[in-house]
Design a protein around this ligand. Sequence first.
Ligand code: NAD
Ligand code: MG
Length: 381
Amino acid sequence: MKKIAILGSTGSIGTSALDVVRNFPELYEVSFLTANSRTDDLEKQIKEFKPGAVVIKDKLAAEVFKSNTDFKGIILAGEEGLIEATKNFDYDILLSSLVGFAGLEPTIEAIKRGKRIALANKETLVAAGEIVVDLADKYNSEIIPVDSEHSAIFQCLVGEKTEDISKIILTASGGPFLNTAYENLKNVTVKEALNHPNWSMGAKITIDSASMMNKGLEVIEAHWLFRMGKDKIDVVVHPQSIVHSMIEFIDGSIKAQLSLPDMKLPIQYALSYPERLNKSYTDTNFSSIKNLTFFEPDFKKFECLKLAFDVMEQGGAAPCILNAANEIAVEKFLEGKINFLQIPDVIKSALYRIENYSDPELESIIECDRLTRELLKKEMN
Ligand code: NAD
Ligand code: MG
């Protein structure tokens, strides 16, 4: 029996993970759950999964929750509650599925205890990749990717050596604006940007998919997770999202992992690895799929993807600055304060002005993240 702690249990990944847990009551139980402010959903999860504790990030929501609930377990609040739970509570696997930079510090606490991390929160590796993978090595904490592309690479690597990889090929759906002309991107609506063709996900990652920043973040994620240089990571657009990613080996052989898109598969694998569990969520029928197509991404149209490659080259805290600026830009786009093409502009304006650090410590990463948000929020209100 494994005890699972879920950061962000009310989100898209969190609820899919609970679907997996529900299917295997003999294998998994829930240690603690966390939510930002959606306490109604959390209450339902508590009734079904009976965690020992919950953390509610929003302190006001936590107060209201405490006075209305009959939950007898521990209730913590705020960022400090997330840290306390990951640092002190009893669990075997942490599913890191908060959205954004907020996931970094609690994930690090779990790594320092040598726990398995089922990692969905890619921002953790984008902002502080080197620190995170070095700590994972030091404390013998396994980071098993949940992101479908990285899970695909991870699955293809079973029985192989990383030094035999000649190239990682990350596939990208291209998002809802794959066939939209550049000059029309300025006028796309929030609703259109949230309408992803293949995946149903939280708002932030859905906008990232529309701008292809998601793929950029995933390139940096792959760089740290598999310790691969920039020249060894390719992105190919594959609109069907059936081939989740590929590895080309030094002998020219290519391995891919395929299935219809459903995040429950990589989540389940990250929990059960090295075992596979006997529960399938998809029925991949090649006769009905018919076409699998692949082509080059358009770096001019999707400038965010290019910016991500650039900051990876710059290194230091540059990816952290890009990540923080992107979080703010996406928030402002969702609020209708900037148009879609201003997202990369906001990011560039932060990268020009916030000082980069080489070999940053965690404290400098946290400071860079804070400074970037402060600068942009002041200007964009
Ligand atoms: P989501 O918005 O659906 O859920 C986010 C969860 O985090 C919610 O439970 C929310 O309450 C909580 N949360 C949000 N902001 C918080 C904060 N500041 N502090 C504490 N808790 C907070 O997001 P999602 O789509 O589930 O994505 C979660 C992470 O997984 C992201 O990093 C995303 O990039 C990654 N991911 C998601 C998918 C997917 O299919 N949804 C696929 C690959 C990777
Ligand atoms: Mg992905």
